[in-house]
Design a protein around this ligand. Structure first.
Ligand code: FHN
Length: 644
C-alpha cells in the first residue's frame, strides 16, 4: 500500500520536541519540550518527523479474504467515541477558548496545562446523565454495528476502573462508576460490537512514555517502564474484564519499537483471539489499515481498511467546534468509503454530562433512517467494480448486480446517468424507492439509465441495476455529459512530476488530505486518458494549491490537439503553521486548495488525452499542487460556438 508522506507538521513536531525540529525554526515552547524517548530511543528508528510517522505504517497483516475480518468488511459502519477528561474542559481553559482538536487541550500546542492542573478536571467530572442503554438505542437507530470508545487517550486518564493506575474515572472522579463496563454490557445485550481505543505510545502524564512530559523535563523513567507499569496492564484489564472485544484501536505509535507492538498483539491474541487490531499499533503488525484522520481515499485501496472521520472537526467535545457535517455529507462519506471497499468509522464527542450533542445526533439518525430502507447497499455490499467514484455518485455491489448511489441528480440533458465500460447484460434497472422500471440503453461502451426528471426524495436516491450473470467493467477515467467530472491526481500519469499524498492541519490537529501532482519541472506534464461521453463545451477548472512563489506562473491544459493556457493565481497557501493563539513558523507550508476557472473548452466524444503542464520555465511553478481537473458541462450546443 502506498504510504502517504504528509508534510512535517506542528503536531508531529510538537510531539518530537527538539530533535526533529532542529532543522526548522522553533519557538521557545518547542525547544523546552524534552522527551526521554529521544534521549534513549527504544528503537533504531528515528523520532517521528511527520504525521505519517506518528500514525505508523498502514501495512497490515490481513487479506481481504481472511475470515476473521469478514464481519468488519461486512458491517462497514462503526461509531468512534472520544470521551474523557478533555470533554469536561470542552476546549476552554481559565476562561479562554481554544480552537483545534479538543482532546489535545492539555498539550503545549494548545493550552499548555500542567499535569496537576489538568488532573483537577477530574474533581468535577460527573457524567450523571450518561445512560448506556440510551446510547445503544441511539446507535441502533443510527444503523451502527460496532462501537469503539476511548479507554485511555493521550492525556493518560482511564475511562474505566483500572487497578494499574488510579487516574481513572472510578477512583479519581465523583462519578465513581465505570462507563465502559456499562456500555460494553449494553452493546453486548443489543448485539452491537464493542471495542476500545488505547493510546499506547503517548501518555502525557507518564514519564518515559513518548509523551512530552513538558512540566517534567528531567525524565527519570524509560518508555519500557511506562509500558510495563501502565500500558500493558491496562490493556490486559480491558481485554479481560469487558466481555467480547471487537476491535482494539491503538493510536499514534510513532517510533515505538516493534517488540512493544508485538507484545500488545500477543496479549490481544491471548485474551481476545477474535479481536481485530488496527494498523496504528505500529510496525505493520495490525490486522487492518486505518487511513489518516478524515481521509476517504479516492482510489480503492487493496486489503482490509477503514476511514476514520468525525461529525465536526474535533474528536472530543468542544464548545468552539460546531461545524457539524450534514446528514447528506455523512452519508456520502459512508457510501464513498463502502464503494472503495472500506469500513467507515464516524466519531462523536459526548458532552461532559454523558449525552450526545443534538445536531450530529440528529444527522446520524437521518443516516440511520436512510439505512433502514437502503441497508443492503452498504451492509454486506461489495466495493465498486470501478476503482474510482462515478461523476454522478458511487457504486456498491450486491449479489444481483449494482447499487448506483446518485449524489448529483442529472437536471438537464436526457436526465440519465451513464456507466462507462460495463460488459454484461442488464436485466433490470429501478429506483430502490419504488416506481417503474428505468430505461437502459447502450451506445458503444456507454450504458445509460434514464432517470425521472424529478429527483426522488431522501438523502441519496439509489438505482438498483440488476445484472444477468457475470459482468466486468473497464476501469477508465470518464467525463460525463450531464454532471460534473473530476480527473484526480491519483490517476494521472506523471512525466517529470510527482504524485504526492498531501496532508495538513486546518486548525490544530484537524487533518485534511488532498493528494496532488507536485514537483513540476520545465518539460513536466501529467496526463489522463479519459473517455468523454459526448462532444460538448465544458467549463475547465483546476483544483490546486498555489503558493506566492508560483503566483502568475503560466500553465497549459491540452485537450486532444487544442491548447488552453492560463495563469495560476496564489491560493493563499500559508507560510505559517497555525497553532492556537499563535502563528508559528515551522518551515513547512500549509497548502490551501482553491478551484480556479480556466475557461470553456471543447471536448470531442471518445478517448481523449488531457494534459496539464507548466509553461513557466524558471522553476517558480515547481511548488504547485494539483489535486484535480474539473470538467463541467455548460449545456451549450457545440454548433452555436464559432470560436475554438
Ligand atoms: O492524536 C489523536 C487524536 O486526538 C485523535 O484521537 C485521532 C483519531 O484518529 N487520532 C490521533 C491523531 O491521529
Amino acid at each position: 500500500m502506498r504510504s502517504a508522506r504528509f508534510a512535517v507538521s506542528a503536531m508531529a513536531l510538537a510531539l518530537t520536541g527538539g530533535v526533529a525540529a532542529a532543522a526548522y525554526a522553533k519557538g521557545p515552547q518547542e525547544q523546552s519540550i524534552q522527551n526521554e524517548d529521544q534521549q534513549k530511543p527504544n528503537t533504531e528508528k528515528q523520532t517521528p518527523r511527520t504525521m505519517n510517522d506518528l500514525w505508523g505504517s498502514k501495512d497490515a497483516t490481513s487479506k481481504a479474504s481472511d475470515p476473521r475480518t469478514a464481519w468488519f468488511t461486512h458491517d462497514r459502519y462503526a461509531m468512534f467515541i472520544h470521551w474523557s477528561l478533555f470533554s469536561q474542559a470542552a476546549s476552554t481553559w481559565k476562561g479562554k477558548k481554544y480552537y483545534g482538536i479538543a482532546e489535545w487541550l492539555m498539550h503545549p500546542a494548545m493550552a499548555n496545562i500542567s499535569k496537576d492542573d489538568y488532573a483537577t478536571l477530574a474533581n468535577d467530572f460527573d457524567p450523571k446523565s450518561f445512560d448506556a442503554n440510551a446510547w445503544v438505542d441511539f446507535f441502533k437507530r443510527a444503523g451502527i454495528k460496532n462501537v469503539v470508545i476511548t479507554a485511555k487517550h493521550h492525556d493518560g486518564f482511564a475511562m474505566f476502573k483500572s487497578k494499574a493506575d488510579r487516574f481513572n474515572i472510578v477512583d479519581a472522579t465523583p462519578y465513581k462508576r465505570d462507563p465502559l463496563k456499562e456500555l460494553a454490557n449494553a452493546c453486548h445485550r443489543a448485539d452491537i460490537r464493542f471495542g476500545f481505543y488505547y493510546s499506547q505510545y503517548q501518555d502525557w502524564r507518564e514519564q518515559g512514555s513518548a509523551a512530552v512530559a513538558w512540566d517534567d523535563p528531567q525524565q527519570k523513567h524509560s518508555f519500557d517502564d511506562y509500558f510495563k507499569r501502565k500500558a500493558l496492564p491496562q490493556v490486559r484489564e480491558l481485554l479481560k474484564n469487558y466481555g467480547p472485544i471487537s476491535v482494539v484501536w491503538f493510536d499514534t505509535p510513532g517510533t515505538m519499537g516493534e517488540k512493544y507492538s508485538r507484545e500488545l498483539v500477543h496479549m490481544v491474541k491471548k485474551y481476545q483471539p477474535k479481536a481485530l487490531i488496527n494498523s496504528r499499533i505500529g510496525n505493520g503488525v495490525g490486522d487492518y489499515a486505518t487511513y489518516g484522520d478524515n481521509e476517504v481515499p479516492r482510489v480503492s485501496p487493496p486489503g482490509v481498511w477503514e476511514a476514520v472521520d468525525t461529525t465536526n472537526d474535533s474528536w472530543g467535545y468542544s464548545v468552539t467546534d460546531y461545524n457539524w457535517k450534514s446528514p447528506e455529507e455523512l452519508l456520502h462519506r459512508l457510501i464513498s468509503t463502502s464503494a472503495r471497499g472500506g469500513t467507515y468509522m464516524i466519531n462523536m464527542g459526548p458532552r461532559p454530562d454523558g449525552t450526545f450533542p443534538d445536531i450530529p445526533k440528529a444527522a446520524l439518525l437521518d443516516v440511520g433512517d436512510w439505512l433502514t430502507h437502503h441497508g443492503e447497499t452498504i451492509y454486506g455490499a461489495g466495493r465498486s467494480p470501478w476503482s474510482i467514484a462515478q461523476p454522478w455518485g458511487d457504486v456498491t455491489t450486491g449479489k444481483d448486480g449494482m447499487y448506483l448511489h446518485v449524489f448529483d441528480w442529472p437536471v438537464s440533458g436526457t436526465h440519465s446517468i451513464a456507466l462507462y465500460g460495463l460488459q454484461g447484460k442488464v436485466r433490470r434497472a429501478h429506483l430502490m424507492a419504488g416506481g417503474a422500471d428505468l430505461t437502459v440503453t447502450t451506445d458503444g461502451d456507454w450504458t445509460r439509465i434514464t432517470v425521472p426528471d424529478r429527483r426522488p426524495d431522501g438523502l441519496v436516491p439509489v438505482v438498483a441495476l440488476e445484472m444477468d450473470g457475470a459482468y466486468q467493467v473497464k476501469d477508465a477515467d470518464v467525463i460525463a455529459s450531464e454532471v460534473n467530472s473530476s480527473l484526480i491526481a491519483e490517476r494521472a500519469k506523471c512525466w517529470e512530476c510527482k504524485y504526492t499524498p498531501i496532508g495538513w492541519m486546518e486548525r490544530f490537529g484537524e487533518w485534511k488530505a488532498a493528494n496532488s501532482l507536485t514537483d513540476w519541472k520545465p518539460g513536466s506534464k501529467a496526463t489522463w486518458n479519459a473517455e468523454v461521453q459526448k462532444l460538448g463545451i465544458y467549463k475547465l477548472r483546476v483544483d490546486f494549491s498555489v503558493n506566492s512563489t508560483a503566483d502568475f506562473s503560466q500553465w497549459e491544459v491540452g485537450v486532444g490537439d487544442q491548447r488552453y493556457t492560463f495563469e495560476a493565481h496564489y491560493t493563499g497557501e500559508r507560510e505559517v503553521q497555525n497553532r492556537t493563539g499563535r502563528r508559528q513558523f515551522w518551515g513547512a507550508l500549509d497548502p490551501r486548495y482553491r478551484r480556479q476557472d480556466v475557461g470553456a473548452v471543447t471536448l470531442d466524444a471518445g478517448a481523449q488525452t488531457i494534459t496539464i503542464r507548466p509553461l513557466t520555465t524558471d522553476g517558480t511553478a515547481a511548488s504547485v499542487k494539483v489535486t484535480a481537473l474539473r470538467l463541467e458541462p455548460m449545456g451549450l450546443r457545440v454548433e452555436a460556438v464559432s470560436d475554438r
